[in-house]
Design a protein around this ligand. Structure first.
Ligand code: PDD
Length: 286
């Protein structure tokens, strides 16, 4: 069965799906995206991802490519047509196709692409059992990382550097030595007192949808959250550390720059958050 993508109004074979060479996403990274988890046939937290899409589009003054209600139908349809039970659905909207010019083009329709991919949940489960390693890198991204833009080159390079050092994620660190977020995830620690700490999302990080849902999960589990900055040193001395994103949910971090966190094994708090997440998150049947 061929994989199917949705491109500008049509369901097409993934292998031959294409946008024009003068798409502004391709030329200027002039576009935004969302990734939703698909778990047990449900699209997780779709409404929240669409709310954030609305914000990203509005910040960049890109029009909605279609009605929000139609987009929901397309997301579910792409998941269904690809028979994805567990994995992800990706959507990307760019300002559209126009002869190359920095200024916004007049009368250009936004381009939309939706794809979906299977991911074996056993792989993530294994990763969660072992935990992941992170490295730290100096923040070198633009100021508007609160917009989920497809301009991800610093993130690509940071994560590639992580891989070169045998790690799975890179944490961007600000000039005060405080952790901002990962290349494709938000960063968390658990203090010695069992309090969850994550950086405030008003400025300088992406407001992760998983991060927001995790507040509800923590409340259900009776865990306290503090939204404040934490330093790399505090993280290294923490009881637990973890990352959150639509593709990792809550994933234990067992070392930072080669320094083991606690006993170097995943902690119980992050594993309980991971376990409870699906029950708390919004689930829409694909
Ligand atoms: N990335 N911070 C950054 C820089 C991210 O790229 C992501 C997600 C997050 C977590 O956001 P959420 O919980 O909404 O997934 C934080 C996605 C998964 C990606 O680019 O593949």
């Amino acid at each position: 069965m061929p994989r199917i993508a949705y491109v500008n109004g049509r369901y097409v074979e993934h292998a031959s799906a294409a946008v024009h060479i003068e798409d502004r996403g391709y030329q200027f990274a002039d576009g935004v995206y969302e990734v939703c988890e698909v778990a047990q046939g449900y699209i997780v937290d779709m409404s929240h991802h669409l709310d954030r899409l609305a914000r990203s589009l509005s910040e960049l003054r890109i029009e909605w490519p279609m009605a929000r209600s139609s987009l929901k139908v397309v997301l579910a349809e792409v998941v269904r047509r690809n028979r994805v039970k567990n994995g992800l659905v990706y959507l990307q909207v760019t300002r559209g196709v126009a002869s190359r010019d920095f200024l916004f083009p007049a009368n250009t329709r936004p381009s939309i692409v939706v794809t979906s991919k299977k991911v074996d949940p056993a792989i993530a489960a294994k990763r969660a059992q072992n935990g992941i390693k992170v490295i730290t890198v100096p923040e070198n991204r633009w100021d508007r990382v609160d917009i989920k833009s497809v301009g991800l080159l610093p993130n690509v390079l940071a994560k590639e550097e992580a891989r070169a050092q045998g790690a799975q994620e890179a944490w961007f660190v600000d000039t005060d030595g405080n952790v901002k977020e990962g290349g494709s995830s938000n960063a968390w620690i658990v203090t010695r007192d069992g309090v969850l700490v994550t950086r405030p999302a008003e400025h300088g990080i992406l407001r992760g949808i998983t991060r927001t849902t995790m507040f509800e999960v923590a409340a259900k589990l009776g865990l306290k959250i503090e939204e404040r900055s934490f330093s790399v040193d505090e993280a290294k001395a923490a009881r637990e550390a973890f990352i959150s994103s639509a593709t990792t949910i809550a994933m234990p971090v067992v070392s930072i720059d080669g320094h083991p966190i606690a006993n170097g094994h995943p902690g119980s708090v992050v594993l309980s958050l991971r376990e409870a997440f699906f029950h708390v998150a919004e689930k829409i049947l694909a």
